[in-house]
Design a protein around this ligand. Structure first.
Ligand SMILES: Nc1ncnc2c1ncn2[C@@H]1O[C@H](COP(=O)(O)OP(=O)(O)OP(=O)(O)O)[C@@H](O)[C@H]1O
Length: 267
């Protein structure tokens, strides 16, 4: 039996509206992501943001990370709920940009160098070795990004963000362009990152409903509704409450299959 509770708000949006000229892109976006506490597990938060192509996922993503300022409303972050600033939310872009003329080790170091805590060279080496070991990258540390597969580069990019110490990480379409085996590995990696620290919060932007839902504890469906212009969170599913969170074998669960069907119909 899973015992959990939802506590302090870690990320929130209050009445977000985004408009370019006359064109309304987002409207009435309101949510709270709360700190999930689960007995015996360092459990972070994983939200899947699902919506059709062109609906406004990227615009919401940029708003949440402080990269664009909404026309109205406010995004707040952290236990003290201060207004979000650019740089406080780590971003893993779709094409996972790495520095091509630097080794994987050096790319990971960039994450640590950009972190808030100042570390000695020895500490940095140890932390990188540790993460590389956990995420099966040890044999690649001396290689350059071009010598890695797309999936391996993506793993480096995700870990780079983890190493900056950002508790909030947004991932843009992390499953696209990967074969089935790689998708499974990314799912395992995301689950691992989400349990590294209780406050770690991942927001996965995707149109891959099944995979995004399988790793999430919460699903937001972004869409149009009520005949009004602009996209909003049409529906929020609390997978903890539904008993569908934190179960790696979830895909064969009848309730999960029915949920995927229901989400598809909302898009
Ligand atoms: N600077 C801008 N000025 C005007 N309209 C914009 C601007 N940027 C984005 N849009 C519009 O906002 C809408 C949402 O775009 P967005 O990129 O967020 O969609 P998306 O859901 O991420 O799509 P995809 O899944 O295809 O990447 C689109 O109709 C787009 O044309």
């Amino acid at each position: 039996m899973n015992t959990y509770s939802k506590n302090k708000v870690l990320l929130s949006a209050e009445n977000i509206h985004l408009q370019y000229g006359e064109k309304k892109i987002l409207r009435d976006i309101n949510f709270n992501i709360r700190d999930i506490q689960r007995e015996g597990v360092e459990q972070g938060q994983v939200v899947a943001l699902i919506g059709r192509s062109g609906i406004g996922k990227t615009q919401l993503f940029k708003t949440l990370s402080g990269l664009i300022k909404p026309t109205e409303g406010m995004v707040r972050i952290g236990e003290d709920q201060h207004p979000v600033k650019a740089g406080e939310v780590g971003i893993v872009p779709q094409n996972y940009i790495l520095f091509n003329h630097r080794t994987i080790y050096q790319n990971l170091r960039i994450g640590l160098d950009n972190g808030e805590v100042k570390l000695t060279e020895d500490e940095k080496r140890r932390i990188i070795a540790d993460y590389a070991n956990t995420f099966e990258l040890t044999e690649h540390l001396k290689k350059y990004p071009a010598q890695l597969s797309g999936g391996q580069r993506q793993r480096v990019s995700i870990i780079q963000q983890v190493l900056t110490g950002n508790k909030f990480i947004l991932l843009d379409e992390p499953f696209s362009g990967l074969d089935i085996l790689m998708v499974d590995r990314v799912i395992k990696l995301l689950l691992k990152v989400s349990t590294l620290s209780e406050q770690n919060t991942l927001i996965i932007v995707s149109h891959d409903i099944e995979n995004a839902t399988a790793v999430a504890d919460t699903v937001w469906v972004l869409g149009n509704g009520d005949g009004k212009p602009g996209a909003t969170i049409k529906k929020e599913y609390d997978l903890c409450e539904m008993g569908l969170a934190w179960k790696p074998e979830i895909r064969t669960d009848r309730k999960f299959v029915e949920l995927i069907d229901e989400i598809k119909q909302q898009l």
